[in-house]
Design a protein around this ligand. Structure first.
Ligand code: PEP
Ligand code: MN
Length: 356
């Protein structure tokens, strides 16, 4: 349950609520919103005497949280969580487009991809350096060497970088250089890893497991939040289904509006791993933005035919540029814009009302 304090509650009133929660061997979690402060009660709160809390000064209401996740719930934080990465704000009016290769393969390929996606208006550079692969014989990434290239290339284009961290012992190495840490779909319920990234001060992009329910996914986010890291971005990347002949996975577009009602955390969509073929990425990206996603994570490669992983779903830079044009159109319809755009691309933007 959560304790909603009156807007003008002084610290002394908050302290009394906190002390009462602690006396019951439960943990208080304070969230200071723009309007009011909410105190979450963490732990098994079935036996706490709500009347004692209700009678404390400045307590406005005690609200049960009906969802299994608490810190991630809308009840706990009614306003959206905004995550600042450099000069980008994720989860606000502006959409955040993250793009780059599936894996960092060489400095040259990364540099040319970064230049292209930056020019097209991507805000964040992606690139895998530790790659989770279904087969142990597949390319597993170039590790720390690739992380250094990603760091340097991101800096030279003034783009924050995102990369996956696969194991707790990699967390410090990656958090030292990457602006956003990605937890891959296969690791969504790697609880030791979730706790380890929860101990960092970096934003975490948490992908949905290929067969995870929304509750399981939000409880995975809860692991990170419960460690004290409030900067979690949810990323829908498609679910395993019965028909894999034409698409790699099935994108759960409906997860976007449902999550928006359940949680205050930003939600972005990865169309690349959902669809698995470059031909359908643009259409699915339009759908994601129309459904209310806060951004996209897209794989781009200048020579997909030689890519060491996920070439089939990687967009050529020119196709990514055209995806960005479509995304701007749909963003306009949704009353949103695309974050960190070059002045050149702003002037190319055609507002929706003048479209035929
Ligand atoms: C990736 O982003 O390259 C990746 C491996 O994604 P996922 O965890 O969604 O499969
Ligand atoms: Mn990939």
């Amino acid at each position: 349950m959560i304790v909603i304090m009156s807007p003008a509650a002084p610290q002394s009133s908050l302290d009394r609520v906190i002390a009462t929660i602690e006396q019951n061997q439960l943990q208080p979690h304070v969230s200071r919103g723009t309007q009011r402060t909410i105190i979450g009660i963490m732990g098994d709160d079935r036996h706490i005497h709500t009347q004692t809390l209700e009678c404390l000064p400045d307590v406005e209401a005690i609200v049960p949280v009906l969802t299994p996740f608490k810190l991630a719930s809308r009840e706990f934080r009614p306003e959206p969580t905004l995550i600042r990465v450099g000069n980008i704000l994720i989860g606000g009016e502006q959409l955040t487009i993250m793009a780059g290769p599936c894996a960092v393969e060489s400095h040259e390929l990364l540099e040319s991809t970064a230049r292209a996606v930056h020019q097209a208006g991507a805000a964040v550079l992606r690139g895998g350096v530790f790659k989770p692969r279904t087969s142990p014989y597949s390319f597993k990434g170039l590790g720390e060497q690739a992380l250094d290239w990603l760091h340097a290339v991101g800096k030279s284009h003034q783009m924050p970088i995102i990369t996956e961290v696969m194991a707790p012992e990699q967390v410090n190495i990656v958090a030292d250089k990457a602006d956003i840490l990605q937890i891959g779909a296969r690791n969504m319920q790697n609880f030791n890893l979730l706790e380890a990234v929860g101990d960092t001060s970096r934003p975490i992009l948490l992908k949905r497991g290929p067969a995870a329910t929304l509750d399981e996914w939000l409880l995975a986010a809860e692991y990170i939040l419960a460690q004290g890291n409030e900067q979690v971005i949810l990323c829908e990347r498609g679910l395993r289904s019965f028909d894999r002949k034409y698409t790699r996975n099935i994108l759960d577009v409906s997860a976007v509006p449902v999550l928006k009602s359940l949680t205050h955390l930003p939600v972005i969509v990865d169309p690349s791993h959902a669809v698995g073929k470059w031909e359908w990425i643009t259409a699915v990206s339009r759908a994601a933005i129309a459904a209310g996603a806060d951004g996209l994570l897209v794989e781009v490669h200048p020579q997909p035919e030689i890519a060491l992983s996920d070439g089939r779903q990687s967009l050529l830079p020119k196709r990514f540029k055209s995806l960005m044009t479509d995304v701007r159109h749909i963003a306009g319809v949704m009353g949103r814009s695309v974050g960190v755009v070059e002045s050149q691309t702003i002037s190319e933007f055609v507002p929706p009302e003048v479209l035929p």
